[in-house]
Design a protein around this ligand. Structure first.
Ligand SMILES: [Zn+2]
Length: 300
């Protein structure tokens, strides 16, 4: 039984399959959560004509492939982001399942999959609706604290299996939650004073709390600056193009368009992207920059 879990290929494939199912569920959530609807019932409906979808026509990826990107009920062209989300979720789960075969660390795999799934959902929902639902940000923050108590290995306390390890790991999670969200809160209110308008939403602040609860305070500092960097990489060229267009038409018709920065460009997706980069590629390189856990140094 244990050797099954140590087979990298088997774990990778299992992760890809489980991830694509969760990716399909993610699409349901991205469609329903912003409208305040239940994500459990009713069962899967066509996003276009609201007809129930039989399970055989609702198999991640394959359905899309065999129906050539169209819904069977109403010939609705399924948006490419549906399939993009199934594939992204499959990759995230595949990666963390694969990690399990290498490190045998259940906490790392479960929390990685959960956080990855939440971040992907935030990317779609915030990009489309300019909101980050509390169910994801606050629910995620709570889950981060609970996972940290259950699996101290998340915060690098794998050796301390005694209750002390759980308490320290839980405290580190709460510390990450508080440092992350309060830091972004103060950046937000300072920017608001300087710019004279709202620069950050409460949703971004709560999301960074969730990221801190899972990844610790070190991650939140990287994610704020990494997210801002990624955001400006994308948004500055976009704003330049917009202002060029506006100069051509020479009349500002849309009040909203005149004050685009910060309001029309959601920050959440970039925070989420920076977190994924941190967890998958950059953690080993960034963490030594901070003194690991300055409060509990002698215990680790
Ligand atoms: Zn339909």
């Amino acid at each position: 039984m244990i050797s099954l879990f140590q087979n990298e290929w088997l774990m990778l494939i299992t992760g890809l399959v489980v991830g694509s199912i969760f990716g399909s569920f993610l699409n349901v959530c991205a469609h329903r959560i912003p409208k305040g609807k239940s994500i459990i019932s009713p069962r899967s409906l066509c996003p276009n004509c609201d007809q129930p979808i039989p399970w055989i026509n609702n198999i991640p990826f394959f359905t899309w492939f065999f129906q050539r990107g169209r819904a069977r009920c109403c010939d609705f062209k399924i948006p490419i982001r549906y399939i993009a989300m199934e594939i992204s979720s499959a990759i995230v789960f595949g990666y963390f399942f694969y990690q399990f075969s290498l490190h045998n660390d259940l906490g790392l795999t479960l929390s990685g999959c959960l956080l990855g799934w939440i971040l992907l959902a935030v990317i779609v929902i915030d990009a489309e609706n300019m909101i980050i639902p509390d169910r994801l940000s606050m629910g995620g923050a709570l889950a981060g604290v609970i996972f940290s108590i259950l699996f101290p290995s998340i915060h690098g306390y794998g050796m301390l299996l005694v209750p002390e390890g759980r308490i320290i790991s839980g405290l580190e999670s709460v510390l990450g939650l508080l440092i992350g969200s309060s830091l972004l809160f103060w950046i937000g209110v300072s920017a608001e004073k300087i710019l004279g308008r709202e620069a950050l939403g409460m949703g971004d602040i709560k999301l960074l709390g969730c990221i801190g609860a899972f990844c610790g305070w070190q991650a939140t500092i990287f994610v704020i600056f990494g997210g801002a960097f990624l955001g400006s990489l994308v948004s500055i060229p976009m704003l330049l193009i917009q202002s060029k267009k506006r100069k051509k038409s020479s009349v500002v018709t849309d009040e909203k368009e005149a004050t685009a920065f910060g309001r029309e460009i959601p920050f959440g997706p970039y925070l989420a992207l920076a977190t994924i980069l941190y967890v998958v590629f950059l953690k080993e390189w960034i963490d030594p920059w901070f003194v690991k856990s300055f409060f509990f140094n002698d215990l680790s």
